[in-house]
Ligand binder design. Sequence first.
Ligand SMILES: C[S@@+](CC[C@H](N)C(=O)[O-])C[C@H]1O[C@@H](n2cnc3c(N)ncnc32)[C@H](O)[C@@H]1O
Length: 219
Amino acid sequence: MPNKEHWENIYEKKSDLEVSWYQESPTTSLQWIEELKLPKESCIIDVGAGNSNLTSSLHDKGFSNLWALDISANALERTKAKFSVDADKIQWLVSDILNLEITQRFSLWHDRAVFHFLTQETHINRYAEVASNHISPGGYLLLATFSTSGPKKCSGLDITQYSELSMQKVFEPYFSFCKSMVEVHNTPSGGQQNFIWCLFQKDGVHSPDSTQQENNRKR
Ligand SMILES: C[S@@+](CC[C@H](N)C(=O)[O-])C[C@H]1O[C@@H](n2cnc3c(N)ncnc32)[C@H](O)[C@@H]1O
């Protein structure tokens, strides 16, 4: 399982500030999640949670049904260790997202900088199918990937870049598109990476406001 070995090795050797994707505060994720006005007991999963502070931030905001999934056990151990209390209230799941073997359905599936590591069409389509199978009717899929002006690699691995259109092509067979936004992520080492954020809803009706594309460029 070379992909797993790669990620276990990264989290064994590198600190938070030595990995390009790290954010002290996952601001955009938190803003978009807040706008969804989900009940605090909603079931939320962070896919490829890695060393992200999203799960602990959502826990601090009172969300009580949180799942953090990653292919790397080292990543989740590190994130778990950051909790001073309540780490045992989070569902920690070590799994390759393409082989997800749970029956749980989620109100929100969050993925920042994970989906873009899939470069084979069969894997990309399998991801969309797995997400669709695990999101409740009316639930949301919130994804951030490198944009067409973003990096071509991350952590030494090839990635797939996305535009709003190419994201829609992958996910619209299962979801309704709600909105997108491009964002520049400032890496801990002082670099910049262009991301595109997309929100989709499963079998859902979304308000006209949310269909408006937000081309806010954050710096
Ligand atoms: C670039 S990091 C992003 C981490 C986190 N989402 C964030 O925004 O800080 C990518 C993460 O995806 C995980 N990952 C990569 N491929 C995966 C897969 N097939 N299934 C589950 N997790 C995966 C890695 O272990 C890593 O933690």
